[in-house]
Ligand binder design. Structure first.
Ligand code: GLN
Length: 489
């Protein structure tokens, strides 16, 4: 089956057939960024020089007649919590506003080896804490489908760059849904890999036992291509295992007889439009020959408290390093060391980050550790086992990515608790370390995209990608043309 939705393969073909040079292509993207980014606020740093340098290398290879690697010459973006040597990496926080890393994250090294063209660093919620990218010190990233709505978060800029056609693909990070939720809100594909498949080396930590880097793309095949490129074993990350199988190679398998689990708790309290889209998707899978299995994970109700207790606890420890001494922002006036640290952290961090550091410190403190942190750790084990139980009778689980579509701008800042609750369908996956993908599956009545989530067993990226690919093949009607890619030939 050749669905021809792969923007990466399409771009690669244009380059190797010399229809456009990599330098021309890169310049087109940079021009488009200049125009579109004023509205979308997807990029917080634009790396034109770096991009053109890689483009020259690619053009040189093409001139020599060398064949190109899958991601060679492809214009892309990196979330601003992925370390890039000598390129500003801020986590969209004032505390890192002038931070230039002295080393590259492994994922960026892997893409650099392929001569992928880095267009810039994308906007995000400060330290990846949020669901709208509005906690960014640069202001939020807007939704390309409706600029009165948010792009989502925390990888809002990454999703907006891909959906707004100012990057062919982007890398985001997902601690509790931050790849899948913005992908769902912006109508693109987002893959959160199994914990341990993609190296976290050089990813600025939020909650280390949940964090995972993954691709945001415009097609399932592209997600598989990027996943294959970045899911390598890395001795620099002690939790690294690498991928167990190639994802792109497994995309054409028939899914007749595949057992798709519907966990009933995932369908409670979801918007009507989302419910309708889910029902249609389930019907499509039935027609593709899948077997629908009804099941239940009553423990899912613990998902949000478990996630917010553990993630905040880990964040409070991880963010202890920003003290004004080693690197990052430091207040200019202070009396002594204590005051310097206190003022630096008070001024350098935004409200949401401070809120979570306080919460995390509280649940770890003597006297409360057993009541909150330990209990949450125990419940994490319970949720892991509940998923194991479901995967004994199902190959994958189908669920909404988010119970609703993109929120209007400004709403998340007003109501933090309600915003946390919108993570209900994404956080269980991170608690259990499982892989999951969000793919577009229709529109609500306001014309905003809806996302369908497919969850797999550990290291079964190939299975969910294949199931997503089969769905895309029968539901998607558009095909990319060069003109859609911002390329004028
Ligand atoms: N919205 C979630 C949070 O605020 C998830 C963030 C993430 O995955 N980085 O923590």
């Amino acid at each position: 089956m050749d669905t021809n939705f792969s923007k990466i393969r399409m771009t690669g073909k244009l380059l190797s057939s010399k229809e456009i040079s990599c330098e021309e292509l890169t310049k087109q993207y940079l021009n488009n960024i200049e125009k579109e980014n004023k509205i979308l606020n997807a990029y917080v740093t634009i790396t034109a020089e770096e991009a053109l340098e890689s483009a020259k290398k690619v053009d040189e290879k093409i001139r020599r007649g060398d064949s190109l690697l899958p991601l060679e010459g492809i214009p892309m973006s990196l979330k601003d919590n992925i370390s890039t040597k000598n390129i500003k990496t801020t986590c969209c926080s004032k505390i890192l506003q002038n931070y230039f890393p002295i080393y590259n994250a492994t994922v960026w090294n892997l893409l650099k080896q392929q001569n992928s063209v880095l267009l810039g660093k994308t906007n995000m919620d400060e330290f990846a804490m949020g669901s709208s990218s509005e906690t960014s010190c640069f202001g939020g990233s807007l939704n390309p489908h409706n600029s009165n709505h948010v792009a989502g978060g925390s990888s809002g800029g990454a999703a907006a760059s891909v959906s707004g056609n100012i990057a062919v693909f982007g890398l985001g990070s997902d601690t509790g849904g931050s790849i899948r939720q913005p992908a769902s809100f912006c109508g693109v594909v987002g893959l959160k890999p199994t914990y341990g498949t993609v190296s976290r080396y050089g990813l600025i930590a939020y909650a280390s036992s949940f964090d995972q880097i993954g691709p945001i793309t415009t097609s399932v095949e592209d997600a598989a291509l990027v996943f294959d490129a970045i899911a390598e074993y890395d001795p620099m990350d002690s939790t690294s295992q690498g991928k167990k199988q190639s994802a792109a190679a497994g995309l054409t398998q028939n899914i007749k007889g595949m057992k798709i689990g519907l966990v009933k708790e995932y369908f409670e309290d979801i918007d009507e439009d989302v419910r309708e889209a889910m029902e249609k998707a389930i019907e499509t899978y039935r027609q593709l020959g899948a077997e629908i299995v009804e099941c239940s994970i009553s423990e899912l109700k613990y998902g949000l408290p478990v996630y917010y207790i553990l993630a905040c606890a880990e964040a409070s420890s991880n963010l202890g390093r920003y003290d004004g001494i080693r690197y990052g922002f430091k207040v200019p006036h202070y009396e002594d060391l204590n005051e310097m640290i206190c003022k630096t952290r008070s001024e350098g961090f935004g409200a949401e980050v401070k809120h979570r550091i306080l919460l995390g410190t509280y649940v770890l403190s003597a006297g409360y550790y057993d009541a909150y942190y330990k209990k949450a750790q125990n419940l994490r084990g319970v949720i892991v086992n509940a998923f194991k139980r479901v995967f004994e009778s199902c190959d994958i689980i189908l669920a909404p990515t988010v119970p609703m579509t993109s929120f209007p701008c400004g709403q998340t800042v007003k109501d933090a608790i309600q915003t946390y609750q919108t993570d209900i369908c994404t956080v269980p996956v991170n608690i259990a370390g499982l892989p999951a993908i969000s793919i577009p599956c229709g529109w609500d009545r306001k014309g905003l995209p809806i996302g369908l989530q497919l969850i797999g067993n550990n290291f079964c990226e190939a299975t969910i990608l294949n199931a997503a690919y089969q769905y895309e093949a029968v539901t998607r009607t558009d095909t990319y043309k060069a003109v859609d890619m911002g390329v004028t030939l």
